[in-house]
Design a protein around this ligand. Structure first.
Ligand code: FE2
Ligand code: FE2
Length: 134
């Protein structure tokens, strides 16, 4: 039977080569999978924890972009801000009793995979080519 929620399988194909990025993304995948499978009553705490995780991760990526002189800092940072604002809205909806099923089962997993494959991919590659070392 196909599970009703999307599951992201963590593995080498998702690695980008920057240690903290890969570490944070591995944690994000675990949290996203738990959120998708969670009972609605469990989602609020998990979503708050995920929003805190994102705030920390996005700040680390943005600091790397600044340090390496990444050419597309603004659109990447704007996208992070959009997601933080969206998570705030979703947390508000969860507080109001809406389980936000589509967001956690479809939108959020899709967003993660697309963001990793586009903005984070280019940002990490640029950083590694421009002497990024942890
Ligand atoms: Fe990221
Ligand atoms: Fe990012």
């Amino acid at each position: 039977m196909i599970p009703r929620h999307a599951v992201i399988r963590w593995g080498d194909p998702l690695l980008l080569g920057v240690g903290f990025v890969d570490h944070d993304h591995c944690e994000a995948v675990e949290m996203i999978n738990r959120l998708a499978a969670a009972a609605p009553s469990e989602r609020l705490d998990l979503a708050r924890a995920f929003a805190r995780h994102c705030a920390g991760h996005f700040a680390r990526e943005e600091a790397m972009m600044v340090k390496t002189g990444f050419f597309a800092l603004d659109p990447h940072r704007d996208e992070h801000r959009r997601v933080i604002a969206q998570l705030d809205e979703v947390i508000g909806a969860l507080e109001g009793g809406d389980p936000c099923e589509d967001y956690f089962a479809v939108e959020l997993p899709q967003w993660f995979l697309e963001h990793r494959a586009t903005m984070d991919y280019v940002t990490s590659g640029f950083a590694l080519e421009h002497g990024w070392a942890e």
